[in-house]
Design a protein around this ligand. Structure first.
Ligand SMILES: Nc1ncnc2c1ncn2[C@@H]1O[C@H](COP(=O)(O)OP(=O)(O)OP(=O)(O)O)[C@@H](O)[C@H]1O
Length: 570
């Protein structure tokens, strides 16, 4: 973990060098101040020299001022180093997560991912904090002080160091337990986040089924679990500091007891004892901050492991080395003996083969769960086939760069996804360079113009939380306008007109027909009326294409299409 953190701050070496230099100065000043006390007690008090006293006090104040100044500067600089490193880390992790396969997001819990971005990154941030820096300066002071004490009275110093093994053992014992306990705290916090995330995004479900009490009870259970783990962690942590304090008092007793005996024998001065007591504190400081660091370190370690887990996930669907750039569709898209399964041993698509010639509309029909959406997902490489291939102009789509492939496909799907922003931002999402003229054409084509003109802020109206609520049909039309604007040569319409009333559907259908005319499209529709005019209809059943042809030829055939048609219209 330290190596990981170190690599992340290494590029800020000038600031780090400056911080380390300040640490040296701080350690020197902290070591010197008790020397001044000793000098006053042992030399100046007996000499009764006022000028010497004034000079020494001024030196003391000067040292104290310098100490404050260096502490301030080094703390601020360290915060800067830490913030810069954390911003980089968060961004890198974000990019890494977005790069993952679609499948990753389907299996990963959102709340858990959010915890990694918030809590876990914060724990790493704590590690690169001014407190950690303090620990380093304390360690330096520790070395200075120990060297001096050994020189002054090695026996007394050795007696004090007898307490160190106990400190070490206590650290060892507590840190192990604290680490385990904090891992459980984090896991249960992620559970709380998951529960919150799922219930807050399904409020309608909860209201409709009046399951508030049930949900609250479930939430209570995970909340309680979190409390138990936290209390376990706290039990260890609260016992940790007092145990260390006790050992420290033993050290103080040794200095006072043995030191006073030495004074009796004339081997140490009173000033020596006072300085020793101050130094004892300086020896204890590192131990103190070390104890705090242990728990922070444990938390960071748990978080580090969770972040590393995330880093270690690599996407399976990636560009080949030196991918081709797709520059347009010239002849056809072809599915060639494609097999696919989401989970091993459970085939979803089997031996799917068909051709979509350029400029034609291919429709996919079939009962629910027959594999229509899955087929469209293979075309944009949300998933790759298990066997067989998908070709564009005779070339396997895996040879093209994913971004060029996806730039060539426009999708309107069942679930419209809107971003938090204005209607304009939503329509221009993915096409930020579109001109106002192009935007207005898209708005008109998607039959949104009347609706937008009726809004006081027009295209600048916020959608979602801080703006207007949109109906299902309006959302869908925004999604259609977005695809109009993208103007990709290949179109996928997955139940694109699903949430429109009959009248809007007619409007949209007309403009979609315009759009489809110049495109190569794959249209999924449960309502057969929307696919009557398709150039080719593929009938899917249990992951296979069981029939294909035009509406008339399929009806005449008296097969699965006939059944579907009968079920809908008779
Ligand atoms: N992410 C997934 N993981 C595992 N199985 C899945 C996943 N998505 C879909 N399936 C399964 O794959 C099969 C085909 O689903 P698909 O969504 O392609 O069907 P569909 O024909 O589009 O259905 P509908 O018309 O209801 O949208 C279904 O049995 C479904 O349960």
């Amino acid at each position: 973990m330290l190596r990981f953190v170190f690599r992340r701050v290494l590029n800020q070496w000038p600031l780090i060098t400056f911080s380390l230099a300040s640490l040296l100065v701080i350690a020197f000043l902290e070591f010197s101040i008790p020397q001044i006390t000793q000098r006053i007690i042992d030399d100046i008090i007996p000499s009764k020299s006022v000028p010497q006293l004034v000079a020494t006090i001024l030196t003391l104040l000067g040292f104290a001022l310098a100490l404050s100044l260096f502490s301030y500067v080094s703390t601020y600089v360290m915060s800067r180093i830490s913030q810069t490193a954390i911003v980089d880390l968060r961004e890198e992790l974000y990019r890494h997560v977005l790069k993952q396969d679609f499948n990753f997001f389907e299996t990963q819990k959102t709340g858990d991912l959010m915890t990694r971005f918030s809590g876990d990154i914060k724990a790493i941030q704590d590690l690169i904090s001014p407190n950690t820096l303090r620990l380093f300066s304390n360690v330096l002071t520790f070395v200075f002080v120990l060297a001096f004490m050994l020189k002054t009275d090695w026996r007394l110093t050795l007696l004090i160091t007898l307490t160190f093994p106990f400190l070490y053992l206590l650290n060892f014992y507590f840190s192990r337990h604290i680490k385990t306990a904090f891992r459980q705290v984090r896991q249960s916090t992620a559970k709380i986040n998951n529960q919150l995330q799922t219930s807050l995004t399904s409020v309608l479900l909860i209201k409709n089924f009046a399951t508030e009490d049930f949900e609250t009870e479930r939430f209570g259970a995970v909340n309680q679990e979190n409390k138990e783990h936290y209390l376990t962690a706290m039990r260890y942590q609260s016992l940790f500091s007092p145990s260390i304090d006790f050992i420290n008092y033993v050290g103080m007793a040794i200095v006072l007891g043995y030191g006073t005996l030495q004074v009796f024998r004339g081997e140490l001065t009173v000033g020596n004892i006072v300085a020793y007591l101050a130094y004892l504190k300086l020896l204890q400081n590192p131990v103190r901050s070390f104890t705090q660091m242990v728990s922070r370190f444990q938390q960071s370690l748990v978080s580090y492991e969770r972040i590393m887990d995330l880093y270690q996930v690599e996407p399976n669907i990636v560009d080949v080395a030196n991918p081709l750039e797709l520059t347009g569709l010239k002849k056809a898209i072809q599915f060639n003996h494609v097999d696919f399964s989401y989970e091993m041993g459970q085939p979803i698509l089997q031996d799917v083969s068909f051709v979509m010639p350029r400029g034609q509309v291919t429709a996919l029909v079939g009962s629910s769960g027959s594999g229509k959406t899955t087929t469209t997902r293979l075309l944009t490489r949300l998933y790759d086939p298990v066997a067989g291939e998908v070709l564009i102009d005779g070339c396997d789509i895996r040879q093209y760069s994913m971004s060029s492939l996806r730039h060539h496909v426009g999708i309107v799907s069942q679930d419209v996804e809107l971003i938090d922003g204005t209607i304009r931002e939503n329509i221009m999402y993915g096409t930020p360079s579109a001109t106002d003229e192009e935007l207005l054409i898209a708005v008109g084509a998607a039959k949104l113009a009347d609706f937008v003109e009726g809004l006081p802020k027009g295209l600048e109206t916020q959608v979602g939380e801080r703006g207007i609520k949109l109906s299902g049909g309006q959302k869908q039309r925004i999604a259609i306008a977005r695809v109009f604007l993208k103007n990709a040569p290949i179109l996928i319409l997955d139940e694109a007109t699903a949430s429109l009333d009959n009248e809007s559907e007619r409007h949209i259908q007309a403009s979609l027909d315009n759009l489809l005319e110049q495109k190569t499209s794959l249209v999924i529709a449960h309502r057969l009326s929307t696919v009557l005019n398709a150039d080719m209809i593929l009938v899917m059943d249990k992951g296979r294409i069981v029939e294909q042809g035009t509406h008339e030829s399929l009806l005449a055939h008296n097969g699965r299409y006939q059944e579907l048609y009968q079920a809908q219209f008779k």
